[in-house]
Write a protein that binds this ligand. Structure first.
Ligand code: ATP
Ligand code: LTN
Length: 330
């Protein structure tokens, strides 16, 4: 068990998880469980960088955790926990902030995008978000971090922070590699295919939630924005259709060339229906398992407490090692 390479990743409980989260990250989380020693968390501390309603937020934390279980994350095989339950994350984040430059955080595209989206609440947490993410990662000394393409920049800063810390204070952190899927790393909005699919999008037709029912999924694909041609072809000037081809490829395992061939001479209507049905088939069993899991809060709580404890043992060790190297009196 110990000779397995390590994996760490987190997801924010900031709303309904989407097909983008699933294809970009969660599918890999699931597939990596046997080959790697995996640690996964619900990153609730990250979610408050955008204003959350406390009552709704609590429900979202439970439902995100339950959804991970419904997907097939096995709490016996993998460590599954809630970020805010471990004080080491925020504590290490503070220590790491002293080896992070204002300039490098200012360049983060997510910070720029979210600042534009929430111009009335550009808080310090939104700015220092990547430092907390670096702490999440570095505490567990992972080899790989499975994420979607949008998180690549944050992974790079986590690597830079780790290298800088090691150089200044001595070797503590392993330098992690991003693990990004070949297909599905950047699922685009169904309503504006130039934008990434996002669970915090105000237009619910722009994303497919993992827990949407079959009819809703098919309807959202039918309404997906495409173009005025009718050929199913992967091309930079056809972002809507290309996005649908990628989604269909990611779900069915067929190459884009095969998908193009399958729909040669057929219209967009038929193609959209096929994509909707394939996605609905893939997501249906997850929804079914989710309904059972979310109904038993006591069991959920038992699972995350056990996960918290397992994670804490690892996090504590790295945290104290880092503090000792920095010269703190322990
Ligand atoms: P928001 O959309 O509200 O900004 P988010 O979904 O980007 O949030 P997370 O919930 O933390 O943020 O993302 C979890 C994982 O899903 C990350 O690894 C992220 O890269 C991936 N992911 C998110 N959106 C997409 C997408 N459209 N395509 C592929 N992967 C995605
Ligand atoms: N910022 C990430 C969520 C996240 C994360 C992490 C991902 C928080 N901590 C550690 C990987 C590793 C996002 O996907 N928006």
């Amino acid at each position: 068990m110990d000779d397995k390479k390590k994996v760490l990743s987190c997801i924010q409980p900031s709303g309904m998880l989407t097909l983008g989260n699933y294809l970009g990250a969660l599918k890999n989380w699931l597939n990596m469980q046997d080959e790697f020693q995996c640690t996964y968390a619900v990153a609730d501390l990250h979610a408050i960088t955008v204003r959350q309603d406390p009552q709704k937020f609590k429900g979202q934390i439970y439902s995100t955790f339950a959804l991970l279980l419904a997907l097939g994350i096995d709490p016996e095989k993998s460590t599954l926990f809630i970020q805010s339950h471990l004080p080491e994350h925020t504590a290490l984040s503070w220590a790491l902030s002293s080896v992070t430059q204002f300039g490098e955080l200012s360049r983060m595209t997510q910070f720029k995008a979210k600042s534009a989206l929430h111009a009335d609440n550009i808080n310090v947490g939104l700015f220092s978000y990547p430092v907390l993410m670096a702490a999440d990662i570095l505490l567990y000394q992972p080899d790989f971090v499975p994420v979607g393409a949008d998180q690549k920049q944050h992974l790079e800063i986590a690597r830079d922070i780790a290298m800088r810390f090691n150089r200044i204070y001595g070797e503590v952190f392993k330098i992690p590699e991003p693990y990004i899927p070949k297909i599905g790393a950047r699922v685009m909005s169904l309503q504006d295919p130039e934008k990434k699919m996002s669970k915090s999008d105000d237009n619910i037709n722009s994303f497919v939630a993992i827990l949407d029912d079959r009819d809703t999924i098919i309807r959202k694909f039918k309404r997906a924005v495409t173009d005025s041609e009718s050929s199913v072809r992967l091309s930079e000037d056809k972002p809507g259709v290309s996005n649908l081809i990628n989604i269909y490829s990611a779900v069915t395992g067929k190459t884009a060339a095969k998908v193009e061939k399958e729909f040669e001479g057929k219209g967009y209507g038929e193609f959209k229906l096929a994509v909707g049905e394939a996605v609905a088939d893939e997501l249906a069993p997850i929804k079914e398992r989710y309904e059972k899991i979310i109904a038993d809060k006591a069991e959920l709580e038992r699972i995350f407490r056990a996960g918290d404890e397992r994670a804490e043992r690892v996090a504590r060790k790295t945290y104290f090692k880092a503090m000792k190297k920095m010269g703190f009196v322990l």
